[in-house]
Write a protein that binds this ligand. Structure first.
Ligand code: UD1
Ligand code: MG
Length: 455
Protein backbone atom coordinates (compact mmCIF):
# COMPACT_ATOMS: atom_id res chain seq x y z
CA UNK A 1 0.00 0.00 0.00
CA UNK A 2 0.94 3.64 -0.32
CA UNK A 3 2.86 5.72 2.19
CA UNK A 4 1.28 8.94 0.96
CA UNK A 5 -0.51 10.82 3.71
CA UNK A 6 -4.28 10.42 3.49
CA UNK A 7 -7.03 12.65 4.81
CA UNK A 8 -10.76 12.13 4.52
CA UNK A 9 -13.48 14.73 3.99
CA UNK A 10 -16.97 13.53 4.85
CA UNK A 11 -19.79 15.66 3.45
CA UNK A 12 -22.82 15.75 5.71
CA UNK A 13 -24.18 19.27 5.41
CA UNK A 14 -27.00 18.52 2.97
CA UNK A 15 -30.47 19.49 4.21
CA UNK A 16 -31.94 16.01 3.76
CA UNK A 17 -35.48 17.34 3.51
CA UNK A 18 -36.71 14.14 1.88
CA UNK A 19 -36.35 12.20 5.12
CA UNK A 20 -39.10 14.38 6.62
CA UNK A 21 -37.42 14.16 9.98
CA UNK A 22 -36.38 16.38 12.86
CA UNK A 23 -33.30 14.22 13.22
CA UNK A 24 -30.38 15.01 10.88
CA UNK A 25 -30.31 12.30 8.24
CA UNK A 26 -26.88 10.92 9.10
CA UNK A 27 -28.04 10.25 12.67
CA UNK A 28 -30.75 7.83 11.61
CA UNK A 29 -29.81 4.34 12.74
CA UNK A 30 -28.76 1.54 10.45
CA UNK A 31 -28.06 -1.88 11.96
CA UNK A 32 -28.18 -0.30 15.41
CA UNK A 33 -25.99 2.76 15.00
CA UNK A 34 -26.11 6.08 13.13
CA UNK A 35 -25.52 6.14 9.37
CA UNK A 36 -22.53 8.45 9.87
CA UNK A 37 -20.83 6.01 12.24
CA UNK A 38 -20.76 3.41 9.48
CA UNK A 39 -19.00 5.88 7.19
CA UNK A 40 -16.50 6.99 9.83
CA UNK A 41 -15.71 3.41 10.79
CA UNK A 42 -15.14 2.29 7.22
CA UNK A 43 -12.78 5.18 6.55
CA UNK A 44 -10.96 4.62 9.86
CA UNK A 45 -9.79 1.28 8.47
CA UNK A 46 -7.58 3.28 6.09
CA UNK A 47 -5.98 5.03 9.08
CA UNK A 48 -6.24 8.56 7.63
CA UNK A 49 -4.04 11.23 9.19
CA UNK A 50 -7.20 13.30 9.64
CA UNK A 51 -10.91 13.06 9.02
CA UNK A 52 -12.89 16.26 8.65
CA UNK A 53 -16.68 16.16 8.67
CA UNK A 54 -18.56 19.00 6.96
CA UNK A 55 -21.85 19.67 8.74
CA UNK A 56 -24.61 22.21 8.36
CA UNK A 57 -25.51 24.90 10.90
CA UNK A 58 -27.55 23.59 13.84
CA UNK A 59 -26.02 20.16 13.55
CA UNK A 60 -24.35 20.01 16.97
CA UNK A 61 -25.50 16.41 17.53
CA UNK A 62 -23.76 15.39 14.30
CA UNK A 63 -20.56 17.13 15.42
CA UNK A 64 -20.84 15.38 18.79
CA UNK A 65 -21.12 12.01 17.10
CA UNK A 66 -18.21 12.77 14.78
CA UNK A 67 -15.92 13.74 17.68
CA UNK A 68 -13.00 13.39 18.15
CA UNK A 69 -12.89 14.03 14.42
CA UNK A 70 -12.91 17.66 13.47
CA UNK A 71 -16.06 19.21 12.06
CA UNK A 72 -16.40 22.34 9.97
CA UNK A 73 -19.66 24.14 9.32
CA UNK A 74 -20.95 24.91 5.86
CA UNK A 75 -23.22 27.85 6.63
CA UNK A 76 -25.34 27.55 3.48
CA UNK A 77 -25.78 24.43 1.34
CA UNK A 78 -24.29 25.78 -1.86
CA UNK A 79 -23.33 22.47 -3.33
CA UNK A 80 -20.94 19.57 -2.84
CA UNK A 81 -18.00 21.51 -4.28
CA UNK A 82 -18.61 24.36 -1.86
CA UNK A 83 -18.89 21.88 1.01
CA UNK A 84 -15.43 20.48 0.27
CA UNK A 85 -14.00 24.01 0.15
CA UNK A 86 -15.22 24.48 3.73
CA UNK A 87 -12.64 21.90 4.82
CA UNK A 88 -9.77 23.81 3.23
CA UNK A 89 -8.39 25.41 6.39
CA UNK A 90 -8.77 22.27 8.44
CA UNK A 91 -6.59 20.42 5.91
CA UNK A 92 -4.11 23.17 5.09
CA UNK A 93 -1.12 21.12 6.24
CA UNK A 94 -2.18 17.91 4.51
CA UNK A 95 -3.33 19.38 1.20
CA UNK A 96 -0.04 19.24 -0.64
CA UNK A 97 1.17 17.56 -3.83
CA UNK A 98 1.44 13.83 -3.36
CA UNK A 99 -1.07 13.52 -0.52
CA UNK A 100 -4.40 11.74 -0.94
CA UNK A 101 -7.63 13.54 -0.13
CA UNK A 102 -10.58 11.18 -0.04
CA UNK A 103 -14.00 12.79 -0.40
CA UNK A 104 -16.97 10.78 0.72
CA UNK A 105 -20.62 11.32 1.54
CA UNK A 106 -22.01 10.96 5.04
CA UNK A 107 -25.23 9.52 3.63
CA UNK A 108 -23.54 6.75 1.65
CA UNK A 109 -22.72 4.17 4.30
CA UNK A 110 -22.44 0.93 2.33
CA UNK A 111 -19.07 1.48 0.68
CA UNK A 112 -16.74 -1.29 1.78
CA UNK A 113 -13.18 -0.77 2.90
CA UNK A 114 -11.88 -2.76 -0.10
CA UNK A 115 -13.43 -0.16 -2.37
CA UNK A 116 -11.61 2.67 -0.62
CA UNK A 117 -8.44 0.62 -0.99
CA UNK A 118 -9.13 0.14 -4.70
CA UNK A 119 -9.33 3.94 -5.11
CA UNK A 120 -6.00 4.36 -3.34
CA UNK A 121 -4.47 1.57 -5.42
CA UNK A 122 -5.68 3.22 -8.63
CA UNK A 123 -3.68 6.31 -7.68
CA UNK A 124 -0.56 4.16 -7.64
CA UNK A 125 -1.17 2.53 -11.01
CA UNK A 126 0.46 4.01 -14.09
CA UNK A 127 -0.04 6.66 -15.36
CA UNK A 128 -0.59 7.70 -11.70
CA UNK A 129 -3.77 9.76 -12.01
CA UNK A 130 -4.32 12.81 -9.80
CA UNK A 131 -8.03 12.19 -9.50
CA UNK A 132 -9.79 8.83 -9.14
CA UNK A 133 -13.57 8.52 -9.32
CA UNK A 134 -15.82 5.77 -8.08
CA UNK A 135 -18.20 4.76 -10.84
CA UNK A 136 -20.97 2.21 -11.16
CA UNK A 137 -23.41 1.03 -13.81
CA UNK A 138 -26.92 0.83 -12.37
CA UNK A 139 -29.77 -0.75 -14.32
CA UNK A 140 -31.61 2.56 -13.92
CA UNK A 141 -29.13 5.47 -14.07
CA UNK A 142 -31.73 8.18 -13.65
CA UNK A 143 -30.76 10.87 -11.10
CA UNK A 144 -27.03 10.23 -11.09
CA UNK A 145 -24.23 12.22 -12.66
CA UNK A 146 -22.83 10.55 -15.80
CA UNK A 147 -19.11 10.03 -16.28
CA UNK A 148 -17.99 11.06 -19.78
CA UNK A 149 -14.87 9.19 -20.82
CA UNK A 150 -12.30 9.99 -23.50
CA UNK A 151 -11.15 7.56 -26.20
CA UNK A 152 -8.75 5.97 -23.72
CA UNK A 153 -11.61 5.24 -21.35
CA UNK A 154 -10.49 7.80 -18.78
CA UNK A 155 -12.95 10.27 -17.24
CA UNK A 156 -13.00 13.61 -19.05
CA UNK A 157 -15.99 15.17 -17.28
CA UNK A 158 -19.05 14.48 -15.17
CA UNK A 159 -22.36 15.89 -16.22
CA UNK A 160 -25.21 15.98 -13.74
CA UNK A 161 -28.49 14.45 -14.86
CA UNK A 162 -30.30 17.79 -14.89
CA UNK A 163 -27.62 19.36 -17.07
CA UNK A 164 -27.19 16.40 -19.41
CA UNK A 165 -28.22 16.13 -23.05
CA UNK A 166 -30.33 13.19 -24.17
CA UNK A 167 -27.26 11.51 -25.59
CA UNK A 168 -25.36 11.98 -22.34
CA UNK A 169 -28.27 10.55 -20.37
CA UNK A 170 -27.89 7.33 -22.33
CA UNK A 171 -24.43 6.81 -20.79
CA UNK A 172 -24.66 4.10 -18.18
CA UNK A 173 -21.43 4.82 -16.26
CA UNK A 174 -22.55 6.87 -13.26
CA UNK A 175 -20.76 8.83 -10.60
CA UNK A 176 -20.87 7.18 -7.19
CA UNK A 177 -19.92 10.50 -5.63
CA UNK A 178 -16.75 9.49 -3.81
CA UNK A 179 -13.43 10.55 -5.19
CA UNK A 180 -9.78 10.54 -4.33
CA UNK A 181 -7.84 13.65 -5.33
CA UNK A 182 -4.24 14.70 -5.10
CA UNK A 183 -3.81 17.16 -2.24
CA UNK A 184 -1.88 19.58 -4.46
CA UNK A 185 -4.76 20.19 -6.86
CA UNK A 186 -8.04 19.78 -4.99
CA UNK A 187 -8.61 23.22 -3.50
CA UNK A 188 -6.96 25.18 -6.33
CA UNK A 189 -9.29 23.52 -8.83
CA UNK A 190 -12.35 23.96 -6.62
CA UNK A 191 -11.67 27.70 -6.61
CA UNK A 192 -12.43 27.62 -10.33
CA UNK A 193 -15.78 25.85 -10.00
CA UNK A 194 -18.73 28.08 -10.84
CA UNK A 195 -22.46 27.62 -10.33
CA UNK A 196 -23.77 28.16 -13.82
CA UNK A 197 -25.80 24.97 -13.87
CA UNK A 198 -29.34 23.69 -13.45
CA UNK A 199 -29.19 23.68 -9.66
CA UNK A 200 -27.20 26.89 -9.29
CA UNK A 201 -24.76 25.08 -7.01
CA UNK A 202 -21.01 24.58 -6.86
CA UNK A 203 -20.68 21.02 -8.14
CA UNK A 204 -17.83 18.92 -6.86
CA UNK A 205 -18.16 16.97 -10.06
CA UNK A 206 -16.91 19.91 -12.18
CA UNK A 207 -13.50 19.02 -10.79
CA UNK A 208 -13.05 16.31 -13.39
CA UNK A 209 -13.18 18.56 -16.46
CA UNK A 210 -11.09 21.19 -14.67
CA UNK A 211 -8.45 18.60 -13.76
CA UNK A 212 -8.28 17.38 -17.34
CA UNK A 213 -8.06 20.94 -18.70
CA UNK A 214 -5.09 21.53 -16.41
CA UNK A 215 -3.39 18.41 -17.75
CA UNK A 216 -3.98 16.10 -14.79
CA UNK A 217 -4.66 12.41 -15.25
CA UNK A 218 -7.96 10.85 -14.13
CA UNK A 219 -9.18 7.31 -13.63
CA UNK A 220 -12.34 5.53 -12.59
CA UNK A 221 -12.76 2.49 -10.34
CA UNK A 222 -16.04 0.66 -10.78
CA UNK A 223 -18.16 -0.83 -8.05
CA UNK A 224 -21.76 -2.03 -7.74
CA UNK A 225 -24.83 0.09 -6.98
CA UNK A 226 -25.24 -1.57 -3.60
CA UNK A 227 -22.09 0.13 -2.31
CA UNK A 228 -22.71 3.66 -3.54
CA UNK A 229 -26.38 3.77 -2.76
CA UNK A 230 -27.08 7.03 -0.93
CA UNK A 231 -29.83 7.43 1.64
CA UNK A 232 -32.17 10.30 0.89
CA UNK A 233 -35.55 8.89 1.93
CA UNK A 234 -36.97 6.50 4.51
CA UNK A 235 -37.52 4.00 1.71
CA UNK A 236 -33.82 4.12 0.85
CA UNK A 237 -32.99 3.79 4.54
CA UNK A 238 -34.99 0.56 4.58
CA UNK A 239 -33.21 -0.72 1.47
CA UNK A 240 -29.81 0.09 2.98
CA UNK A 241 -30.84 -1.74 6.15
CA UNK A 242 -31.73 -4.80 4.09
CA UNK A 243 -28.36 -4.71 2.32
CA UNK A 244 -26.50 -4.42 5.61
CA UNK A 245 -28.55 -7.17 7.26
CA UNK A 246 -27.79 -9.48 4.40
CA UNK A 247 -24.05 -8.76 4.81
CA UNK A 248 -24.25 -9.34 8.57
CA UNK A 249 -26.11 -12.62 8.11
CA UNK A 250 -23.52 -13.74 5.60
CA UNK A 251 -20.78 -12.92 8.08
CA UNK A 252 -22.53 -14.88 10.86
CA UNK A 253 -22.93 -17.93 8.63
CA UNK A 254 -19.33 -17.74 7.44
CA UNK A 255 -18.20 -17.50 11.06
CA UNK A 256 -19.75 -20.85 11.95
CA UNK A 257 -23.23 -20.02 13.21
CA UNK A 258 -26.37 -21.80 12.07
CA UNK A 259 -29.22 -19.45 11.21
CA UNK A 260 -32.23 -21.66 10.64
CA UNK A 261 -33.96 -18.96 8.61
CA UNK A 262 -31.39 -16.20 8.00
CA UNK A 263 -33.76 -13.60 6.60
CA UNK A 264 -35.73 -13.51 9.86
CA UNK A 265 -32.72 -12.77 12.08
CA UNK A 266 -31.89 -9.10 12.63
CA UNK A 267 -28.35 -8.20 13.64
CA UNK A 268 -26.62 -5.12 14.95
CA UNK A 269 -23.38 -3.92 13.44
CA UNK A 270 -21.46 -5.25 16.45
CA UNK A 271 -23.17 -8.60 17.13
CA UNK A 272 -20.57 -11.28 17.84
CA UNK A 273 -21.42 -14.96 17.60
CA UNK A 274 -19.17 -17.84 18.63
CA UNK A 275 -18.81 -21.16 16.81
CA UNK A 276 -21.67 -23.60 16.59
CA UNK A 277 -24.20 -21.09 17.77
CA UNK A 278 -27.72 -21.88 16.58
CA UNK A 279 -30.17 -19.07 16.07
CA UNK A 280 -33.75 -20.07 15.42
CA UNK A 281 -36.10 -17.87 13.37
CA UNK A 282 -37.22 -14.37 14.38
CA UNK A 283 -34.48 -13.28 16.71
CA UNK A 284 -33.53 -9.61 17.14
CA UNK A 285 -30.01 -8.63 18.20
CA UNK A 286 -29.80 -5.05 19.46
CA UNK A 287 -26.39 -3.43 19.97
CA UNK A 288 -23.80 -4.94 22.27
CA UNK A 289 -24.56 -8.67 22.14
CA UNK A 290 -21.73 -11.17 22.47
CA UNK A 291 -22.57 -14.86 22.19
CA UNK A 292 -20.19 -17.65 23.18
CA UNK A 293 -19.71 -21.04 21.52
CA UNK A 294 -22.46 -23.68 21.40
CA UNK A 295 -25.20 -21.33 22.52
CA UNK A 296 -28.73 -21.99 21.33
CA UNK A 297 -31.02 -19.02 20.85
CA UNK A 298 -34.52 -20.24 20.21
CA UNK A 299 -37.22 -18.47 18.25
CA UNK A 300 -38.55 -14.98 19.01
CA UNK A 301 -35.93 -13.61 21.38
CA UNK A 302 -35.02 -9.92 21.77
CA UNK A 303 -31.44 -9.42 22.95
CA UNK A 304 -29.54 -6.24 23.67
CA UNK A 305 -26.35 -5.43 25.60
CA UNK A 306 -25.85 -8.95 26.91
CA UNK A 307 -23.03 -11.48 27.03
CA UNK A 308 -24.21 -15.05 26.68
CA UNK A 309 -21.57 -17.55 27.64
CA UNK A 310 -20.83 -20.96 26.15
CA UNK A 311 -23.54 -23.58 26.06
CA UNK A 312 -26.33 -21.39 27.40
CA UNK A 313 -29.85 -21.87 26.09
CA UNK A 314 -32.04 -18.84 25.56
CA UNK A 315 -35.75 -18.65 24.76
CA UNK A 316 -38.00 -19.14 22.98
CA UNK A 317 -39.55 -15.71 23.66
CA UNK A 318 -36.88 -14.40 26.03
CA UNK A 319 -35.99 -10.74 26.44
CA UNK A 320 -32.44 -9.97 27.56
CA UNK A 321 -31.76 -6.31 28.26
CA UNK A 322 -28.50 -4.37 28.66
CA UNK A 323 -25.77 -5.01 31.20
CA UNK A 324 -26.59 -8.66 31.63
CA UNK A 325 -24.43 -11.77 31.60
CA UNK A 326 -25.81 -15.26 31.13
CA UNK A 327 -23.23 -17.70 32.42
CA UNK A 328 -21.91 -20.93 30.99
CA UNK A 329 -24.69 -23.47 30.42
CA UNK A 330 -27.32 -21.24 32.03
CA UNK A 331 -30.90 -21.38 30.87
CA UNK A 332 -33.29 -18.51 30.26
CA UNK A 333 -36.66 -19.78 29.13
CA UNK A 334 -39.85 -18.44 27.68
CA UNK A 335 -41.29 -15.08 28.73
CA UNK A 336 -38.36 -14.30 30.98
CA UNK A 337 -37.09 -10.71 31.06
CA UNK A 338 -33.58 -10.07 32.33
CA UNK A 339 -32.14 -6.58 32.90
CA UNK A 340 -28.78 -5.67 34.44
CA UNK A 341 -28.51 -9.15 35.89
CA UNK A 342 -25.87 -11.83 36.03
CA UNK A 343 -26.68 -15.52 35.93
CA UNK A 344 -23.92 -17.80 37.19
CA UNK A 345 -22.92 -21.05 35.54
CA UNK A 346 -25.85 -23.42 35.16
CA UNK A 347 -28.36 -21.04 36.76
CA UNK A 348 -31.92 -21.22 35.45
CA UNK A 349 -34.98 -19.06 35.00
CA UNK A 350 -37.14 -21.20 32.82
CA UNK A 351 -40.52 -19.55 32.70
CA UNK A 352 -42.30 -16.22 33.10
CA UNK A 353 -39.97 -14.21 35.32
CA UNK A 354 -38.55 -10.70 35.69
CA UNK A 355 -34.99 -10.57 36.97
CA UNK A 356 -33.54 -7.08 37.18
CA UNK A 357 -30.56 -5.50 39.01
CA UNK A 358 -29.75 -8.96 40.29
CA UNK A 359 -27.05 -11.53 40.72
CA UNK A 360 -28.14 -15.12 40.45
CA UNK A 361 -25.54 -17.54 41.78
CA UNK A 362 -24.12 -20.66 40.19
CA UNK A 363 -26.74 -23.36 39.76
CA UNK A 364 -29.54 -21.34 41.35
CA UNK A 365 -33.10 -21.94 40.17
CA UNK A 366 -35.56 -19.10 39.66
CA UNK A 367 -39.08 -20.52 39.45
CA UNK A 368 -41.98 -19.62 37.22
CA UNK A 369 -43.50 -16.23 37.89
CA UNK A 370 -40.68 -14.91 40.09
CA UNK A 371 -40.38 -11.14 40.15
CA UNK A 372 -37.48 -9.17 41.53
CA UNK A 373 -39.21 -5.99 42.73
CA UNK A 374 -36.25 -3.77 41.96
CA UNK A 375 -38.00 -0.40 41.78
CA UNK A 376 -39.85 1.28 44.63
CA UNK A 377 -41.03 4.20 42.57
CA UNK A 378 -37.97 6.27 43.44
CA UNK A 379 -34.82 4.19 43.11
CA UNK A 380 -33.54 0.84 41.86
CA UNK A 381 -32.37 -1.79 44.35
CA UNK A 382 -30.39 -5.00 44.04
CA UNK A 383 -31.32 -8.63 44.58
CA UNK A 384 -28.74 -11.29 45.40
CA UNK A 385 -29.57 -14.94 44.97
CA UNK A 386 -26.85 -17.22 46.29
CA UNK A 387 -25.38 -20.27 44.59
CA UNK A 388 -27.69 -23.26 44.51
CA UNK A 389 -30.64 -21.34 45.97
CA UNK A 390 -34.15 -22.35 44.91
CA UNK A 391 -36.78 -19.66 44.46
CA UNK A 392 -40.26 -21.20 44.22
CA UNK A 393 -42.94 -20.16 41.80
CA UNK A 394 -44.58 -16.77 41.99
CA UNK A 395 -42.19 -15.33 44.56
CA UNK A 396 -41.80 -11.57 44.86
CA UNK A 397 -38.28 -10.65 46.00
CA UNK A 398 -38.58 -7.10 47.30
CA UNK A 399 -35.19 -5.49 46.81
CA UNK A 400 -32.83 -4.74 48.36
CA UNK A 401 -32.79 -8.33 49.47
CA UNK A 402 -30.41 -11.28 49.66
CA UNK A 403 -31.26 -14.96 49.50
CA UNK A 404 -28.31 -16.93 50.84
CA UNK A 405 -26.62 -19.82 49.08
CA UNK A 406 -28.58 -23.06 49.16
CA UNK A 407 -31.71 -21.43 50.64
CA UNK A 408 -35.20 -22.43 49.53
CA UNK A 409 -37.99 -19.90 49.18
CA UNK A 410 -41.53 -21.31 49.21
CA UNK A 411 -43.87 -20.65 46.30
CA UNK A 412 -45.98 -17.55 46.50
CA UNK A 413 -43.78 -15.84 49.09
CA UNK A 414 -43.22 -12.13 49.27
CA UNK A 415 -39.67 -11.84 50.59
CA UNK A 416 -38.87 -8.55 52.25
CA UNK A 417 -36.10 -9.70 54.60
CA UNK A 418 -32.82 -11.39 53.82
CA UNK A 419 -32.90 -15.19 53.85
CA UNK A 420 -29.89 -16.85 55.49
CA UNK A 421 -27.93 -19.51 53.61
CA UNK A 422 -29.56 -22.95 53.64
CA UNK A 423 -32.73 -21.65 55.32
CA UNK A 424 -36.27 -22.27 54.13
CA UNK A 425 -38.24 -19.04 53.87
CA UNK A 426 -42.00 -18.84 53.51
CA UNK A 427 -43.71 -15.49 53.51
CA UNK A 428 -47.36 -15.78 52.56
CA UNK A 429 -50.81 -15.83 54.13
CA UNK A 430 -51.53 -19.07 55.98
CA UNK A 431 -54.05 -21.35 54.27
CA UNK A 432 -57.27 -22.30 56.08
CA UNK A 433 -59.48 -25.26 55.00
CA UNK A 434 -63.13 -25.18 56.22
CA UNK A 435 -64.56 -28.70 55.96
CA UNK A 436 -67.88 -28.77 54.06
CA UNK A 437 -67.79 -25.02 53.59
CA UNK A 438 -68.24 -25.16 49.83
CA UNK A 439 -71.54 -27.06 50.04
CA UNK A 440 -72.85 -24.63 52.66
CA UNK A 441 -71.92 -21.68 50.52
CA UNK A 442 -73.62 -23.12 47.43
CA UNK A 443 -76.83 -23.79 49.35
CA UNK A 444 -76.92 -20.25 50.64
CA UNK A 445 -75.84 -18.31 47.55
CA UNK A 446 -77.49 -20.67 45.02
CA UNK A 447 -80.94 -19.92 46.53
CA UNK A 448 -80.37 -16.21 46.26
CA UNK A 449 -79.30 -16.57 42.61
CA UNK A 450 -82.53 -18.47 41.70
CA UNK A 451 -84.73 -15.81 43.30
CA UNK A 452 -82.94 -13.09 41.35
CA UNK A 453 -83.47 -15.02 38.06
CA UNK A 454 -87.21 -15.51 38.75
CA UNK A 455 -87.79 -11.88 39.84
C1 UD1 B 1 -24.09 13.67 -6.19
C2 UD1 B 1 -23.19 13.90 -7.39
C3 UD1 B 1 -23.63 13.00 -8.53
C4 UD1 B 1 -23.60 11.56 -8.07
C5 UD1 B 1 -24.43 11.38 -6.82
C6 UD1 B 1 -24.20 9.99 -6.25
C7 UD1 B 1 -22.58 16.25 -7.23
C8 UD1 B 1 -22.76 17.60 -7.79
N1 UD1 B 1 -23.28 15.28 -7.80
O1 UD1 B 1 -25.40 14.08 -6.55
O2 UD1 B 1 -22.79 13.15 -9.65
O3 UD1 B 1 -24.09 10.70 -9.12
O4 UD1 B 1 -24.03 12.31 -5.80
O5 UD1 B 1 -25.07 9.77 -5.19
O6 UD1 B 1 -21.80 16.07 -6.31
N2 UD1 B 1 -23.62 18.21 0.49
C9 UD1 B 1 -23.14 19.12 1.38
N3 UD1 B 1 -23.36 20.45 1.15
C10 UD1 B 1 -24.05 20.87 0.06
C11 UD1 B 1 -24.55 19.93 -0.84
C12 UD1 B 1 -24.30 18.59 -0.60
O7 UD1 B 1 -22.53 18.76 2.40
O8 UD1 B 1 -24.19 22.10 -0.08
C13 UD1 B 1 -23.38 16.79 0.74
C14 UD1 B 1 -24.66 16.03 0.98
O9 UD1 B 1 -24.95 16.00 2.38
C15 UD1 B 1 -24.30 14.66 0.44
C16 UD1 B 1 -23.30 14.95 -0.66
O10 UD1 B 1 -22.80 16.23 -0.41
O11 UD1 B 1 -23.65 13.88 1.44
C17 UD1 B 1 -23.90 14.87 -2.07
O12 UD1 B 1 -24.93 15.82 -2.20
P1 UD1 B 1 -26.31 15.46 -2.88
O13 UD1 B 1 -27.15 16.67 -2.87
O14 UD1 B 1 -26.85 14.22 -2.32
O15 UD1 B 1 -25.83 15.21 -4.39
P2 UD1 B 1 -26.57 14.34 -5.49
O16 UD1 B 1 -27.56 15.21 -6.18
O17 UD1 B 1 -27.04 13.08 -4.92
MG1 MG C 1 -27.35 12.25 -2.96
Amino acid sequence: MTDRPLAAIVLAAGKSTRMRSDLPKVLHPLAGRPILSHVLDAVAALAPARTVVVVGPDMAPVAALAAPHQTVVQERPEGSGHAVLCARKALADLARPGSDLLILFGDTPLVEVETFRALVAARDAAPRPDLVLLGFRPAEPRGYGRILCDDDGQPAAIVEERDASDAQRRIDLCNGGLMLVDGGILFALLDKVGKDNAKGEYYLTDLVALARAAGHGTAVVETELEQVMGINTRAELAIAEAVLQSRLRGRALAGGATLVDPTTVWFSWDTRLGRDVTVQPNVFFGPGVVVGDDVEIRAFCHLEGVRIEAGAKIGPFARLRPDSVIGVGARIGNFVEVKNATFGEGAKANHLAYVGDSRVGVGANVGAGVITCNYDGFAKHATEIGAGAFIGSNVALVAPVTVGAGAIVGAGSTIVEDVPADAVAVGRGRQENRAGGAARLRARRGGAKRKAAEG
